[in-house]
Every structure is written in C-alpha cells, then in structure tokens.
Unconditional design. Structure first.
Length: 100
C-alpha cells in the first residue's frame, strides 16, 4: 500500500466537522423537541394506561405497550419539532416578526 500524498490543510469553513447552517438549525429544533417529548410522554403515561386505549372509543387498540409508547413518542416529537421549526421560520430576519 502506498502512502497518501500530503494534502494542504483545509480552511476552517471547509473542515469536515463544520456543520452547515441548515443542520445546525435543524439540531437546535430537533434535540430540545426530542428531550421534551420524552418528558411529555412520561407524564402522559403516568395518567393513561396504554392497554386501555381504544380506536375512537370503539375497539380496543390491539398493540403492545411498547408499540403504543413508541408511536406516541414519535407523534409527540413530530408535533414538538413542528412547533420549534415554525418558531425558527417566524424568527427569520426578513419575516417582519423578528427582533427589532
């Protein structure tokens, strides 16, 4: 195996660990939404038994408790992330709703 030729160092904005502004914003929305979804799900299932859920009040939900927990978490996470994303969009500099 031949050694690799010496490469010139990358500029700071070209570094492989540099995150694009889009991904930085996405993580600022998704991570807090993830954490709070876990908290909200825990609070919800302290009050609600997942095995007593019914489809619109009719048939019992025929899912395992793990499936109910997982789907509920993903739904809560999606709602929380959508809320955070809308907040980010409304805070855009040109939206007229940002800081003054």
């Amino acid at each position: 195996m031949q050694p690799l030729p010496d490469a010139e160092p990358l500029a700071p904005d070209e570094a492989p660990d540099a995150m694009s502004p889009f991904w930085a914003r996405a993580l600022r929305v998704l991570w807090p939404a993830f954490l709070m979804s876990g908290v909200l799900e825990a609070l919800l299932f302290v009050v609600v038994d997942p095995m007593s859920l019914r489809w619109f009040g009719r048939e019992p939900l025929d899912w395992s408790a793990t499936a109910v927990y997982s789907v509920t978490f993903l739904i809560i996470w999606a709602v929380m992330a959508t809320s955070g994303a809308l907040t980010q969009l409304l805070d855009e500099p040109g939206s007229g709703l940002g800081r003054r």
